[in-house]
Design a protein. Structure first.
Lengths: 616, 138
């Protein structure tokens, strides 16, 4: 009997033949790549290559679960992997909620979707009965309307749905995949890949069960998780205010994205932060599946024109990017913009970045009203922001230019616009301006899905926290940063393969994670073993990206903005210099066992049992 | 004289919709994680503004007891719970239809009705609930 895994892989080809195949999960594959990100990385490596256009039928979208998914362990996310239309690289994005468990209870560890349907469809998975159903009648609906329509059509409100909005249908390059209200796999433009396949949604009902190898000790490990979460001040902060404590922290420390990253401190941040949201929005505590942290706060807009509108907590990244980065301090405006992005199916990070960029173009006179369909894009104009979100999602007028992401938009606008586009490898920078944190600069540069904060957050270790094998780091010096980043990337990659929510790591100890895995699977594995999985998968993804043409030049292409001195805060005047950054990259490649161009060396791939990736 | 009655009470105000209760219940009853088979269910309404635990309240005046044609459902005076005597259950589902809060389930494997029996007086859902939204009352 298979423990921890559901034991099957579901493959759906949407093209003419409409092939639906169910195959057993190869356990040697499971043991080598663990789950989630690891499964997705190996499958994408085999299925897609440099000739795969992300928006053509031969690209694949994979929903991957992990060995802890659907158990009592505090895990709830799915990992969705594809070749990104934003970066052209490997992409993995995650969403919590209730969808991943349902897929596993239906019997599948992975759902692989390829091809392109001739007309809009959705996939209906009812345990072993899988069918493609017409979606013409729901094409065009926003994500929330899609949930309602499908639950009604399938006559079961407990069905779990993951879908795209109008932005995904129109191939906006940063369109997201939404699931079951308030939960988004936001980054990398996976929604556009689904849209390109004419795939509107996946609805699942799973009535099966998942067992673990050693139920008694697994249960002890789960109770240990609860205890660690209860006793961890950081976890308690998530329980109290979600990610909102970061808003004050980022402003105190100078990391808050302000007016397209021109500064790291937003003078009106308190209007958007924890206390303000608690007072004006939040009503209820809410949690994802199996999670005792329950960081979500469901609320309602209680002032102004959207009075009575139910909304989620405005998460830190969304406050940063739709708020500070666009100079907007109107709480209800940001709450509504956030909700609008969710409903239309847009990543709030990329959306806030690209609108902040347009606003700076306007500020500098690179764009005027003739270019913006008459919109006054002065920083702080929330009405214009909402108008622009609609234009982007529906690719109307000026929105059509921004809908291709900040890199392509800046190239199209031309001139000095490219100097103020804040991205790496085509991915818009998130709400952590790295000036004042050399480690964070390196983390953004070396993130495997382009500029992103969820592949290492060294800010923690540069502002007083300890890491797994040592104490805090000095903030501004370069020494030791590469080593800590390598550990954290491996650590997170292992967690993303399990698939756990990274917020749970604020409480759950590394040893307890290992215990959960060993008692669920029956394998002999400790924390160092988990890190080995992380390193193997990280190198596999890097090899994929190298095959796509990534090299040192791309790793070193920090946005010009981060080379300008930071205007304020404790790290005032800090900036990245090319020379320092070159040194950090050298350190990092050395720590990784990669050559000077950032390619994993043959002996490293051998050590990680990835010989099949060795090319001459 | 009123009979002894105990029940799990679940209120929406502290419930976060995490379904840990469903997982813990299914693990105890079936030895595996299967929330849809659990004897407690969380119903989520209004985009999460309301998460309501649905679990048998071991009614004083229990429709399932009246509806059962074989007297398979009776109050266990010691536990204070309304329990199903499996050997008498014919799987006719009258109790499932009669229960107004949908707290009785039909087990497709055993082909018999099944419901919350208060885990012998120490309900596992109450023990695992992280916010104390569930409590044993009576």
């Amino acid at each position: 009997m298979v423990h921890a895994y559901a034991g099957k892989i579901l493959r759906v080809n949407l093209s003419k033949k409409r092939e639906i195949r169910i195959k057993p999960l190869d356990m040697s594959f499971a043991k080598k790549f663990l789950g989630g990100k690891g499964f997705g990385a190996k499958l994408l490596y085999d299925l897609a290559g440099p000739n795969t256009d992300p928006l053509e039928p031969d690209n694949a979208v994979m929903y991957c679960t992990g060995p802890l998914t659907a158990t009592l362990a505090p895990t709830n996310r799915y990992c969705i992997v594809t070749k990104s239309p934003l970066t052209g690289l490997f992409s993995d994005s995650y969403a919590g909620g209730y969808f991943s468990q349902e897929l596993k209870y239906a019997g599948y560890d992975v759902l692989i979707i390829s091809g392109r349907a001739r007309k809009p469809v959705y996939i209906w998975i009812d345990d072993e009965n899988v069918e493609l159903k017409p979606a013409d009648h729901i094409w065009g609906l926003n994500t929330y309307q899609t949930y309602d329509a499908l639950k009604k059509e399938l006559n079961d409100k407990t069905v779990k749905v993951s879908c795209i909005g109008p932005a995904g249908e129109r191939l906006v390059r940063f369109a997201l995949v939404d699931s079951d209200f308030h939960r988004q796999a936001g980054r990398c433009g996976t929604g556009a890949v689904m849209g390109s396949k004419n795939l509107k949604a996946i609805a699942v009902r799973g009535t099966g069960e998942i067992s673990v190898a050693d139920p008694k000790t697994f249960d002890e490990a789960v109770l240990k998780c609860y205890k660690e979460i209860r006793e961890s001040p950081a976890s308690q902060e998530y329980t109290r205010g979600g990610t909102q404590s970061f808003t004050a922290f980022a402003n105190d420390q100078g990391f808050f994205p302000t007016r397209n990253f021109q500064d790291g401190f937003f003078e009106k941040y308190e209007k958007l932060g924890e206390e303000s949201q608690r007072k004006h929005l939040w009503l209820r505590e809410y949690g994802c599946f199996a999670c005792p942290i329950h960081c979500t706060k469901v609320g309602m807009i209680r002032r102004g024109k959207w009075i009575g509108t139910v909304c989620d907590i405005i998460e830190y990244e969304s406050v940063g990017m739709l708020g500070g980065n666009c100079g907007i301090d109107f709480l209800e405006g940001v709450a509504y913009a956030n909700l609008l992005c969710d409903k239309l199916g847009l990543d709030t990070i990329s959306t806030g970045n690209v609108i902040g960029f347009a606003m700076e173009c306007y500020q500098r006179g690179i764009l005027d009203k003739n270019d913006t369909d008459g919109l006054n894009l002065t920083f702080g104009n929330w009405e214009a922001q909402i108008e622009l979100i609609n234009k982007i999602a529906y690719r109307k007028g000026f929105g059509d230019i921004l809908a291709d992401g900040v890199m392509r938009a800046s190239e199209r606008i031309g001139g000095s616009a490219e100097d103020i586009a804040v991205h790496m490898k085509g991915m818009e920078a998130p709400a952590w301006g790295p000036r004042g944190s050399p480690g964070m600069g390196l983390a953004l540069a070396m993130s495997d899905r382009g500029c992103d904060h969820q592949r290492g957050w060294p800010i923690a270790y540069e502002t007083g926290s300890s890491w797994a094998f040592g104490g805090p780091l000095d903030r501004i010096t370069l020494e030791g940063k590469a080593k800590v980043l390598k550990w954290e990337q491996d650590h997170l990659t292992a967690l993303y393969s399990l698939v756990v929510c990274e917020f749970s790591r604020s409480g759950i100890s590394n040893e307890t994670y290992a215990k959960l895995v060993s008692t669920a699977t029956g394998w002999d594995i400790d924390y160092l073993g988990l890190l080995q999985y992380g390193e193997r998968i990280w190198n596999l993804v890097r090899t994929f990206n190298i095959r796509e043409g990534i090299s040192r030049k791309d790793d070193a292409s920090l946005p010009k903005r981060f080379k300008e001195p930071l205007p304020s805060g404790p790290a005032k005047d800090h900036r990245f210099t090319d020379e320092e950054f070159r040194k950090m990259l050298d350190d990092y490649y050395r720590e990784r066992g990669w050559d000077k161009n950032g390619k994993p060396r043959e002996e490293k791939l051998r050590e990680l049992k990835l010989v099949e990736l060795i090319t001459s | 004289m009123k009979s002894l009655r105990k029940f799990v009470s679940g209120c929406f105000d502290l419930c976060t919709g995490c379904r840990i209760c469903e997982l813990a219940c299914s693990a105890i009853k079936f030895g595996a994680y299967a929330p849809r088979k659990a004897h407690i269910a969380i119903s989520i309404e209004s985009e999460g503004l309301r998460a309501q635990p649905i679990v048998c309240i071991q009614c004083e005046n229990a429709p399932c007891v009246y509806a059962c044609p074989t007297n398979a459902i009776q109050r266990d005076e010691k536990l204070g719970a309304v329990v199903i005597y499996e050997e008498k259950c014919t799987g006719c589902r009258m109790c499932v239809i009669a229960c107004p809060i949908e707290a009785i389930y039909f087990d497709v494997t055993t082909k018999k009705a099944t419901k919350c029996d208060l885990c012998n007086g120490d309900p596992v859902c109450v023990k695992y609930c992280p916010t104390k939204a569930l409590a044993l009352r009576g």
